[in-house]
Design a protein around this ligand. Structure first.
Ligand code: FAD
Length: 138
């Protein structure tokens, strides 16, 4: 099994309500546990950023489905790498929204607002990894 991690950001097509986020995560969590994909999704105001980890062909196909979703656009891959084991909780999709911790982590990475298009690949990965221990309960 060849494992990869794909990190992308996208622009939400409108401001997402809690119900919108719940509906995305419900489907994602069901599908991903079946597909043995895990990762972390973060959202604030305009942007999503998400890491997907799993078997290469599965992650590639899932990414294409997600990229087709009209709830977001301007989908841009930040990084794509081979991994030996997942760094997010195995076969689960975590989530974090705006919070004091979210902004503290951003400023520790030298960012003043959540603009994933301004993050390097390394900053994006670190942000998601560190956010994983400050998840919102959705
Ligand atoms: P269907 O539910 O039949 O979807 C058919 C089409 O309608 C798809 O193009 C779908 O994108 C779109 N769609 C579904 N619901 C809505 C809605 N409420 N409003 C507008 N369009 C809609 N899915 C995963 O499985 N794993 C993930 O990790 C994952 N992450 C996501 C992250 C983001 C930021 C977004 C926006 C979506 C994510 N999704 C994820 C959802 C994914 O895009 C698909 O909706 C999901 O995989 C189901 O697609 P489907 O074609 O099997 O089914």
């Amino acid at each position: 099994m060849s494992l990869v991690r794909l990190v992308y950001y996208s622009r939400a097509s409108r401001e997402m309500s809690l119900a919108d986020l719940k509906s995305i995560l419900e489907v994602a969590r069901d599908n991903n546990s079946e597909l043995e994909v895990c990762g972390m999704l973060a959202y604030e105001k305009q942007y999503f950023i998400q890491a997907l980890e799993g078997e290469r062909s599965v992650v590639n196909e899932l990414y294409l489905d997600i990229a087709d979703d009209p709830r977001h656009d301007e989908i841009t891959i930040i990084s794509y790498s081979d991994i030996t084991k997942p760094c997010f909780e195995k076969w689960k999709m975590g989530y974090a929204g705006s919070s004091a911790e979210f902004h503290k982590l951003l400023s520790e990475l030298g960012q003043h607002e959540f603009k994933p298009d301004k993050m390097t690949a390394d900053q994006a990965e670190q942000f998601l990894r560190r956010l994983a221990s400050h998840q919102s309960t959705i």
